[in-house]
Design a protein around this ligand. Structure first.
Ligand SMILES: COCCCC[C@@](O)(c1ccccc1-c1ccccc1)[C@@H]1CCCN(C(=O)[C@H]2C[C@@H](N)[C@@H](O)C2)C1
Length: 323
């Protein structure tokens, strides 16, 4: 926490433009964990020392050891959180959690059942939910809400920078309490709380720092894919011929009356597999049922282009051109 200006910065790692995560500390003495700062959820969990070694994904990640922390407070309540990829189960504990150098006494979950898929592919240990309290399982006050109630931040906001270049250090930044001028140009445009997109049903969008890609209603995504000549490879996953990438159109999202264009650089993920280039389109079809859906989820590749300010004071989201 830089005392001068009431902000707290956490450097993020960018793994292949698909996983962005940063370091937090839990307990005394410090136990370090890499976590995804996820605006699509609102709970903190990390793998537990008491996770059975049968769960490979626990074994290959840092695990919280309550018996080694002098500030650990027992809770023991059961915990389970459901993601699109399956659920994570465990039990609640309480301890000092440090984010960007700010300490909070936090109730979090120790994961004792961590599904191998997808967590054996995770370069991070756990998830720190940055979403609203009404998303929190077991009514636990989220980390950022506890930090805001300490009145140590200059502004009740946090900002996210995701770099587009895996070689760039740092791979991103989470800034609590303000915005980092070196990561954006121009001014912020704010969206209305309920932003509509080009889809006819006037669906909404959510900005999700914990999603790698952009997902949208299957009907709209398939129209978009047909327009750009992409072919469906696996369920909801599309690819294009790498030679045609340069001729792909710009795709713009309209949020709060403002256009947010994405170029092919922003929405094509070029990976080489077995020596040949695969060009994956980073739009995915995902039908989320009402009342939440239909909804577009704008993930990392959108945030990498548009530096995002989550303004909790005014309940709005601001975007500026990312550097
Ligand atoms: C930008 O960094 C993204 C981190 C990767 C996210 C992710 O790609 C992932 C990859 C490998 C291993 C684990 C996880 C992963 C899985 C669960 C939680 C957090 C990370 C997720 C894969 C499944 C679908 N998905 C979500 O539902 C995500 C949606 C989001 N809101 C979360 O709540 C779950 C994204």
């Amino acid at each position: 926490l830089s005392p001068s200006n009431g902000t707290a910065s956490t450097a993020l790692t960018n793994y292949l433009d698909t996983q962005y995560f940063g370091e937090i500390i839990i307990g005394s003495p410090a136990q370090m964990f890499n976590v995804v700062f996820d605006t699509g959820s609102a709970n903190l969990w990390v793998p537990s020392q008491s996770c059975s070694p049968l769960y490979t994904a626990c074994f290959t990640h840092n695990r919280y050891d309550a018996s080694k922390s002098l500030t650990h407070i027992h809770n023991g309540t059961g915990f389970s959180i459901q993601y699109a990829s399956g659920n994570v189960r465990g039990f609640l504990s309480e301890d000092i959690v440090m984010v960007g150098g700010i300490p909070v006494v936090q109730v979090f979950a120790e994961a004792t059942a961590l599904p191998a898929v997808p967590f054996i592919f995770a370069k991070f240990d756990g998830v720190l939910g940055m979403g609203y309290p009404d998303m929190a399982i077991d009514g636990i006050t989220p980390v950022f809400d506890r930090i805001m109630s300490q009145d140590v931040l200059k502004e009740q906001v946090f900002s996210v920078y995701y770099s587009r270049d895996p070689q760039r250090i740092p791979g991103g930044q989470l800034l609590l309490g303000g915005t980092e001028s070196k990561y954006y140009t121009g001014t912020f445009n704010y969206n209305l709380s309920k932003c509509t997109l080009f889809c006819t049903e006037g669906c909404t969008a959510m900005i999700d720092t914990g999603s790698s890609f952009i997902t949208g209603p299957a009907s709209s995504v398939s129209v978009l894919m047909r327009t750009i000549g992409a072919v469906e490879l696996a369920e909801g996953e599309y690819t294009v011929n790498c030679d045609l990438v340069m001729s792909l159109p710009i795709v713009a999202f309209h949020l709060g009356g403002q256009a947010y264009p994405l170029t092919q650089e922003d929405y094509i993920l070029r990976q080489s597999q077995f020596g040949e280039d695969i060009c994956t389109v980073t739009f995915r079809a995902l039908d989320i049922p009402p009342p939440t859906g239909p909804v577009w989820i704008l993930g990392a590749n959108f945030i990498a282009r548009y530096y995002t300010k989550f303004d909790r004071r005014n309940n709005r989201i601001g975007f500026a051109q990312a550097v």
